[in-house]
Design a protein around this ligand. Sequence first.
Ligand code: NAD
Length: 365
Amino acid sequence: MESTKLPSAPVQEIFAALQEQEHEQVMFVQDKALGLKGIIAIHNTTLGPAMGGLRMWNYASEAEALTDVLRLSRGMTLKNALAGINIGGGKAVIMGDARVQKSEALLRRMGKFVHNLGGKYYTAEDVGMSEQDMMYIRSETPYVTGLPREMGGSGDPSPVTAYGVYVGMKAAWKYRTGTDSLEGVRVMVQGVGSVGSHLVDYLAQENASIFMYDVYEASLKEVAGRTGATVVDADEVYSLPVDIYAPCALGATLNPDTIPSLTCSVIAGAANNQLLDEERDGQALKDRDILYAPDFMVNCGGIINVSLELGTYSREMAMKMTERVYQTTLEICTLAKDENITTHAAAWRAANNRIQQIGRNRLFL
Ligand code: NAD
């Protein structure tokens, strides 16, 4: 077989990206016969084995897939560190359309690649994956979490994620107003899927005044019937006069188009990567005196939940550990104020500090 000579520039660019973001290891995997093209990125294992979901997405290019997996794995390092768990950051992606290209064989092949890492990376469910898919991967490796409860796994993480968002929201509201009661507080929930619908339940129990929007009408109908929450139109999501905005659908909803319209004084939601540009949009919120509870700080319940599969799983323990989000939120808001930095920057600083301190501790007996 003739060897393919690679142009040096792309390889150099990849190494430059790994160095800049400080990734430990990246594995490119493929199986032409099965149509598998994937990347596993291990960002940091100082605190423990890397953990993060496996995403299957129809990326426009290989470069887009690489950018995504590098960014997401780094995010997992920070989320896990701030959550106070002994888990590092990693993520995996498969390039392709999950609706038509996913198969048992392809997933099991991916499972073998995960297995080859010998437990340095544990995978889990993410966009494009189901519990059944995780079970296919489990056929090839024990280094997979997010399995159904019947199989000794931790089951659906969404209720735990919603609980973390809820207590984070209460803490941010307390920091802002002096009370953590959400009774009568107007909350706009964007997206009432797995996490958003559970969040609405918590808010309804507290008699908050709930507004919600989802592109999927059936979910709105179901949640409204159960909780009495008010359904609003798409164009009201960012401008309706509310006290709290909870993004629970997509990322990047905090951007120059939306931030000027917001009327809320607190933002706390489950969606990943809510700030389109972390520095610019985090600063814009600070300038508008809107208290932003960083997404990776409040949406850690799901990863806490699956991380417990590494020992003996208990839902009670997952909820108890997730309750720490309340205290963490208060601390991060205080740090941001004291240092005159954005809450996003404060949360990153606290996460990095924990990694450095625990990493240093490992040098000693
Ligand atoms: P989901 O797919 O169950 O729910 C998302 C909901 O958002 C769906 O009902 C969908 O119809 C709706 N939606 C999509 N586009 C919308 C739009 N433009 N406006 C309003 N609604 C829209 O997902 P989920 O598991 O509830 O996760 C929600 C968010 O939280 C995602 O960003 C996810 O990455 C993040 N997250 C989830 C977990 C978890 O445990 N599930 C953990 C951490 C972070």
